[in-house]
Design a protein around this ligand. Structure first.
Ligand SMILES: NC(=O)c1ccc[n+]([C@@H]2O[C@H](COP(=O)([O-])OP(=O)(O)OC[C@H]3O[C@@H](n4cnc5c(N)ncnc54)[C@H](OP(=O)(O)O)[C@@H]3O)[C@@H](O)[C@H]2O)c1
Length: 317
């Protein structure tokens, strides 16, 4: 068991994932959490990261810092998605090894798995075929992070573990229509269309791809589970184990927001991978399971969006 006073550095603690992890750790009685904004510490700078880690000597690091974005952002800025993510994770992981950080939890995403891998996606499918081209830059950076942690595990016997969440959503998400993920983008579009006399909502793609969504607080509990227990393997999927079509998702969000117009599908926009469902049996076997079902999670997120309508996050490309 980790001591509740252990110093835990959460990289990216103001992001959707990092802030959920911070809240969950606080709720569970962890008292010595540290975080730095990107203005205070640019994780792309190797020297600055090493000096910070040498000064603070955290016992545990949770890496929830990354350059994150949807299909369009990945497609338009391949270099930044590849390079910045590699820089951030390399500086944190190599710095952790140098200052002897006991435990490191690396967060990636389901895009690390091949585009046409069998479904549901098992951890073993990593590197068995080619990636989805629209976000391969981000995926290659994340695969490098998984492999770096695995190499440290293998060579130095340290508890460095990677967790791959499915698509996440929840409070503190990015609601910018160009750079956000599908679920928050839909919440905003349906809300604004409702306010605009129930105008029609135009959505990207065909609506047929299948996707899985996990409420971010559930992911945070999985991370705390990984912190409290020494997990036996190097890589774990985290999800709900169920998926739905983008069309069904749109109808659910339409219902929650109360929009009453039509939905139009713009099939000139890319769909991405046809299906992405995680096999989460490894985490289930260890005893973790999600708690928030999709409709409930969308309601929580929409309520938060309404409460923060003046100042919700919009990441500009
Ligand atoms: N969102 C999803 O659907 C999803 C799904 C699966 C996995 N994940 C994983 O979860 C992790 C976090 O995602 P998120 O959705 O929480 O993203 P987010 O809300 O954009 O947060 C990312 C955080 O990273 C920090 N950051 C970015 N560049 C930095 C830099 N150069 N120096 C220091 N800090 C930097 C930002 O700090 P500031 O706020 O201080 O600028 C921000 O707090 C990522 O590894 C991502 O792959 C996310």
């Amino acid at each position: 068991m980790i001591n509740k006073n252990a110093k835990i550095y959460i990289a990216g603690h103001r992001g959707m994932v990092g802030s959920a992890i911070w809240r969950t750790l606080e709720k569970q009685g962890y008292t010595n959490l540290i975080g730095k904004t990107s203005k205070e510490l640019d994780l792309r700078n190797q020297q600055d990261v090493l000096e910070f880690l040498e000064a603070e000597k955290p016992e545990i690091i949770i890496d929830a810092a990354a350059k994150v974005g949807g299909i369009l952002a990945n497609n338009d800025f391949p270099y930044q998605f590849l390079m910045e993510n590699i820089q951030i994770q390399n500086n944190l992981i190599d710095g952790s090894l140098k200052v002897d950080v006991k435990k490191f939890i690396f967060l990636g995403s389901s895009c690390i798995y091949p585009k046409f891998a069998p479904q549901p996606l098992k951890e073993d499918y990593l590197l068995t075929d080619s990636l989805e081209p629209t976000n391969e830059w981000y995926a290659i950076a994340k695969i490098t992070g998984v492999k770096t942690c695995q190499a440290i595990r293998k060579q130095f016997g340290k508890d460095y573990v990677s967790m791959m969440p499915t698509n996440l959503y929840g409070t503190h998400d990015n609601f910018d229509l160009k750079s956000s993920h599908v679920l928050p983008a839909m919440i905003r579009k349906f809300h604004e269309a409702k306010e605009n006399n129930n105008a029609n909502v135009v959505l990207w793609g065909s609506g047929t791809p299948l996707r899985e969504f996990l409420f971010v607080d559930d992911l945070a509990e999985a991370v705390v589970f990984a912190l409290d227990n020494e997990l036996p393997e190097y890589l774990y999927n985290v999800g709900t184990g169920t998926d739905l079509t983008i069309k069904d998702l749109a109808e659910l969000i339409q219902k929650v927001t109360g929009h009453q117009g039509e939905i139009e599908w713009d099939s000139s926009k890319p769909d991405g991978t046809p299906r992405k469902l995680m096999d989460i049996s490894k985490m289930h076997d260890l005893g973790w399971k999600h708690r928030v079902e999709l409709e409930d999670g969308i309601r929580k997120t929409y309520n938060w969006f309404l409460e923060n309508i003046e100042n919700y996050k919009e990441v500009k490309l």
